[in-house]
Structure formats: C-alpha cells, structure tokens
Design a protein around this ligand. Sequence first.
Ligand SMILES: Nc1nc2c(ncn2[C@@H]2O[C@H](COP(=O)(O)OP(=O)(O)OP(=O)(O)O)[C@@H](O)[C@H]2O)c(=O)[nH]1
Ligand SMILES: [Mg+2]
Length: 290
Amino acid sequence: MVIQWYPGHMDKALREMQKTVKLVDAIVYVLDARAPYSCINPKYKELIGNKPALLVLNKADLVEENLLNEWVNLFAHYGYESIMLNSTITNATKMVLSKMQILLKDKIQRNKAKGVHLPLRFMVIGVPNCGKSTLINNVCANKKTETGNKAGVTRANQWVKINSDYEILDTPGTLWPSFADKKVALNLAYIGSIKDEVLDIEELGYAFIEDIKKTFFENLKQRYALKSCADDETITIFDEICINRGFKLRGNEIDYTRGAKSIIDDFRKGRLGKIILDNIEDAKNGLKNI
Ligand SMILES: Nc1nc2c(ncn2[C@@H]2O[C@H](COP(=O)(O)OP(=O)(O)OP(=O)(O)O)[C@@H](O)[C@H]2O)c(=O)[nH]1
Ligand SMILES: [Mg+2]
C-alpha cells in the first residue's frame, strides 16, 4: 500500500508557519508517544532553526513509562530536551510552562533588566492528531481550540492568549510530501495522523497485525482470545480475530473491512494495551537529523 497525504492546505499551513515562526520565542514540538520517531517531520528542521524547542511526548498514558523514558534519554543524547505528558489530565501542562521558563531564562532576564513585561510566545507544532490543540486547551484550562480524534481538525493558525505571561500559537497538523520510510507512513496511519479516507483499511489492518505480532503478539492474543501464535501467517491471525469477533458477511465470508476497522480502533483507543510502534534501535540513526 502506498501511503501519501499532503493536501494543499498542509503545504499552505507550513508556509504560514514559516512566516509566523519569526514572532515566537520557542517551539513546543509535540510527538505522539506511541510513535516518537515516526512523528518527526523532516520539514520542521528548517522551521525550528535555532529557536529553543521542547519535545513533548504526548499521550504518554498510552505507553509504558519505563520504555518512554528510554526515548527521553535518547533525545537528550542528541541534545533535545523532552518531557512525557498526558494532555488530558487537568493542569498537566504546568510542566511544559516551567520547562519553557528554563529554556527561555536568558530572554526573561533580559526583559526584566529592561523593565519590560512581554508575554512569552510559543508555536505548537506536530503531525495531525498528536494532541496539539488538547495541550493548548490544557494550558488555558478552558476549551479555546477545537480538538477531535481524527487527522486534520485544526485548519489554520490560531493564537491563544493565555494571560499576560503567555501567548500560544496552535497550528494545523502537518506532514511532508512523501514518506521515504514505509514503516513511518504506516505508523502515522495507525495512530490516526493520516486521514482514514485516503487509506485502504483492510490493508492497514493486515499491515498492523504483521507489524505488531513480532513484538506485541501477547497484546493481540489477550484482546482477541487467540489460539494462533506469533509465528503463524498474518492472514491466519487476521481470520481468527474476525471469526472470534463475529465479523462475517452473508455466505459466511469473513468481513475483513469490519475486522480491520475494529483492530485499528482498538489500538487507537488503547484497548490493545500499551504499545510503542517505533523501534528505538532503528530510530537511533534517523535521530541524528531531527
Ligand atoms: N490518551 C490521550 N489522548 C490524547 C492526549 N492528548 C490528546 N489526546 C486526544 O487525541 C485526539 C487528537 O487531539 P487534538 O488536540 O485534536 O490533536 P491535534 O494535534 O490538534 O490534531 P490536528 O488539529 O488534526 O493536527 C483527541 O481525541 C484528544 O482527546 C493524551 O495525552 N492522551
Ligand atoms: Mg488541532
């Protein structure tokens, strides 16, 4: 399956972000903790330039903390400060603000010395559906931005004035024109960062089983009460899941479409347990070039 989703509005959004980035003091770079490597957008390197940036491993509640900690260490190794976050918990983002205060301490001191009080301005960036707008709503404690569990909810830049100390820019989720790594594209599709309408759901469901059976077969086994094992053919596992869940068409044929939708939905809602899709060893080379 060839996955590609780079609509005109995304290209336009990126160009807008390139113009607006000059106005901000720092970047909040949101990554989905289930795919911290796949969420790294090669287009952001130039966008961020030399601005201070904080990586936020959001949706940390959906993965194992000790495994995510290894990613925090890996990012630190490459010189990037990162934090784990669950943006759906009230006040969770206090930590983001305190980290930003540290990242921007020189600027804050300079402003103080000049006797001016300027709000700190951040731009929040990340692939679609990683939780940018949710994070911003968490900072301001009331819903200022639209959120939703699908790709492409935010369609334009939106400034949110938190108080006299902070102004935060929400941006539309952006991807890049083509995915050199097929695995990255699949991971983005599994986590809901690629619009479902451009995907072949049956192929996606099959690919998902194929990918995760290597490391997370137990998660599948538990959720779907499987008798098959990790070494079985992917189609055998897919069949068993559909049969166990009663996904049949007329004539007793297996309803792979329903099966695939259900598996992907289970993963997205955390019903398959805590899964990090990216392999940290594979990511090491790629991370040299965030
Ligand atoms: N479990 C969990 N869900 C989260 C978290 N943060 C956001 N979500 C959910 O993720 C979905 C997407 O959140 P949004 O804030 O709309 O994501 P976005 O990055 O603004 O998406 P676009 O505007 O499409 O780019 C929503 O259903 C949120 O409730 C988190 O930390 N944990
Ligand atoms: Mg949004």
